[in-house]
Design a protein around this ligand. Structure first.
Ligand SMILES: NC(=O)c1ccc[n+]([C@@H]2O[C@H](COP(=O)([O-])OP(=O)(O)OC[C@H]3O[C@@H](n4cnc5c(N)ncnc54)[C@H](O)[C@@H]3O)[C@@H](O)[C@H]2O)c1
Length: 386
């Protein structure tokens, strides 16, 4: 198989997982990493065992051996890094959100189409084998017609006023914090698993901590608050939200997000109640899928390739009882994206399901903006105009 060169821009929390995932594919060379300056580029390359460390994203994009650029920078840099990579004719894997606003994302969709390259966004929960199993069994009618989709995505890493992230600064993270950061994952998963589209939303958003202590130096995501020097800053974005949603088949739904919920680390739950049965997946116990019935006993499917339907089985790589997790699902995503590139395919060729496109990224931006608009109008039903 032809080898493919990859370069990563932004090696903080999630960036190194992009590198781990592509290394596992066996036909991808991690060529370079770019940091925000020469020293950080060099240091990140050394830590991650990558041959070249650049001090600017443009230098990485200009490297002829980099064919696929991964963008794992803070949100405010997504548009400029991705746009520069597309201008150079590189394939792009962007971490979510695709950009800070729907308008920016729309521009990237258009730029990608003109560039004729492969582009993808990391809605990585799609890569879990039981998510794909649920999706396929819903599509063939096992739970009947989906009527009610509900759940939450809650975490506790921003619980205290000493917890701070660039995600809380609208200039760096965007107009939304919790909804954009993790609500976007829940909405993508709900729509992907059910095959439905969210058409209307009613959002209720809260800023639990209107003041926080921001470190004067930089701090990467999920890093514990240190004892360093801080300044008190006003917080205007939401750290907690609840949203009612309506889907295109008439189904209703509700979900909550929050990063101030003690004890919940990365707790994403999605349950879809259909006219015949229900199905529930929980990220923190991702090797189990619950099916609920009225007239017979409920069931729990434990992940086991021999029990997973065709079309989802390829996302499981270990036998039953051998737990697969977040990083494995992330790797599945990369397998779908790089398999598509290696096969010489390009949009609009049909792509595998775990692979979310720039169009999906744009739609996620539109959804979040509509939730904010709904909340601003006093929490009223608002139509989503994609
Ligand atoms: N898919 C997922 O599940 C998932 C999980 C976490 C984060 N993310 C997304 O990934 C992105 C990064 O999040 P994170 O949590 O890793 O943040 P982070 O703050 O931990 O890391 C960002 C990194 O980018 C670097 N950086 C800043 N400016 C740069 C520049 N000009 N050039 C190169 N590097 C630069 C920073 O030094 C830092 O190392 C965000 O958009 C976030 O939404 C996605």
């Amino acid at each position: 198989m032809r080898r493919i060169g990859m370069g990563l821009v932004g090696a903080g929390f999630v960036g190194p997982h992009h590198i781990d995932a592509v290394r596992r594919l066996g036909f991808v060379d991690v060529v370079a990493v770019a940091g925000s300056n020469d020293e950080s580029g060099r240091q990140k390359a050394q830590t991650l065992g990558v041959p070249k460390g650049y001090g600017s994203y443009q230098a990485l994009i200009d490297d002829p051996n980099v064919q696929v650029v991964h963008n794992a920078t803070p949100n405010y840099l997504h548009y400029e890094v991705t746009s520069a990579a597309l201008a150079k004719g590189k394939h792009v894997v962007s971490d979510k959100p695709l950009a800070m606003t729907a308008a920016q994302s729309k521009r990237l969709v258009d730029e990608a189409r003109r560039a004729g390259v492969v582009t993808a966004v990391t809605f990585n929960y799609r890569g879990n084998p039981l998510v794909q199993h649920a999706r396929q069994t819903i599509a063939r009618g096992d739970i009947g017609t989906p009527r009610f989709l509900h759940g939450y995505y809650i975490q506790d890493w921003l619980l205290n006023e000493t917890d701070y992230s660039w995600r809380l600064d609208p200039d760096k993270g965007g107009a939304s914090s919790a909804l954009g950061d993790i609500g976007s994952h829940w909405c993508d998963l709900a729509q992907h698993m059910s095959g439905l589209t969210i058409t209307h939303v009613l959002g209720d958003i809260t800023t639990t901590l209107p003041k926080r202590k921001k470190p004067r130096g930089s701090r990467e995501a999920f890093a514990a608050a240190g004892s360093g020097d801080t300044e008190t800053v006003d917080i205007t974005v939401e750290d907690l939200a609840s949203v009612l949603v309506r889907f295109d088949n008439g189904a209703k739904g509700t979900f909550s997000v929050g990063q101030v919920c003690p004890g919940h680390k990365n707790d994403l739950v999605l349950e879809i109640c259909g006219s015949a049965s229900s199905v529930k997946w929980r990220q923190e116990q991702q090797n189990e899928l619950w099916f609920g019935h009225r007239d017979r006993a409920n069931e729990i499917l434990q992940k086991d390739p021999s029990l997973i339907v065709d079309g989802a089985r390829q996302y499981a790589h270990l036998p039953g009882g051998h737990q697969e997790a977040w990083a494995d699902a992330f790797c599945n995503l990369m397998r779908d994206i790089y398999g598509f590139i290696a096969a010489g395919k390009k949009p609009p060729d049909a792509h595998p399901p775990a692979f979310a496109t720039f169009e999906d990224g744009y739609r996620a931006n539109v959804l979040i903006e509509t939730m904010l608009e709904s909340a601003k109008k006093g929490s009223v039903w608002t139509k989503v105009s994609y």
